[in-house]
Design a protein around this ligand. Structure first.
Ligand code: NDP
Length: 236
């Protein structure tokens, strides 16, 4: 599935985003990653951007366009958690998570859209989570922001689907990364008991699905939610 198209991955300095960027580099794509800190993997162009800041997102795209060309594949991956039960959740806990996970996708995809329309080709891939549709105690902010990405991709599909542009959601389950490393050992064991595969996934297992969605083989798939969760969320 090699290609020399231009890809932008948000939050490509670590975790799942980094693995996605590596996968695209290996397949020959021209890859840019946004990072607030650190650098993307070898072979990528790293641009600084906080996805809560529309001006920073705009500047990052301009730099990528100048150095690599118009962005054709956008992967909105940057995300955060701020877990606590509803009664303890502050306005800021809620707003900051939604502003990053949902607002970030909005800013990045909006900035990319004109270029995709001009090219009459595009791939929008939004990284959601199994908990967006499964629900999760202590994650009302996070789960809400992640399920909203489904409405986002499906609305975008209706707006741009006739122009060679697809928009899909990838919903990982528990994946080994910094985000899950902070979970206490007994919580991890309890989660694994509920996952039919009996284990957490690897970042590469998400990256493979994302790169496939970007390929020509997935040209007729749009508005889909693709779980990568070892069977945890069956029934999405
Ligand atoms: P990590 O915590 O390892 O990485 C998160 C990434 O998002 C980092 O690159 C981080 O940048 C970036 N980021 C966070 N906030 C912002 C911001 N405001 N602007 C720009 N970048 C930002 O998480 P994962 O790799 O595990 O998660 C990646 C995505 O996958 C997230 O959307 C997450 O919700 C989702 N996901 C993860 C699962 C898991 O089990 N790990 C399960 C389901 C979904 P920085 O280094 O600068 O902080």
């Amino acid at each position: 599935m090699s290609s020399d198209r231009v890809v932008l991955v948000t939050g490509g300095n670590r975790g799942i985003g980094r693995a996605i960027a590596e996968r695209f580099v290996a397949a020959g794509y021209k890859v840019a990653v946004t990072a607030r800190s650190g650098e993307g993997p070898a072979g990528t162009l790293t641009v600084r951007a906080d996805v809560t800041d529309a001006a920073a997102v705009d500047a990052a795209f301009t730099e990528v366009e100048q150095q690599l060309g118009p962005v054709e594949i956008v992967v909105a991956n940057a995300g955060v958690t701020k877990d606590t039960l509803l009664l303890r959740m502050t306005e800021d806990d809620f707003d900051s998570v939604v502003a990053t996970n949902l607002g970030g996708a909005f800013r990045v995809v909006k900035r990319a859209a004109k270029g995709l329309l001009r090219a009459k080709w595009g791939r929008v891939i939004l990284i959601s989570s199994v908990v967006g549709l499964y629900g999760s105690a202590g994650q009302i902010n996070y789960a809400s922001s992640k399920s909203a990405l489904v409405g986002f991709a499906r609305s975008l599909t209706r707006e741009l689907g006739s122009r060679g542009i697809t928009a899909n959601v990838v919903a990982p389950g528990f994946i080994e990364s910094d985000m899950t490393a902070v979970l206490p050992e007994d919580t991890q064991t309890e989660y694994k008991r509920n996952i039919p595969a009996g284990r957490f996934g690897g970042v590469d297992e998400v990256a493979g699905v994302v790169s496939w969605l970007a390929s020509d083989d997935a040209a007729y798939i749009s508005g889909a939610v693709i779980p990568v969760d070892g069977g945890l969320g069956m029934g999405h």
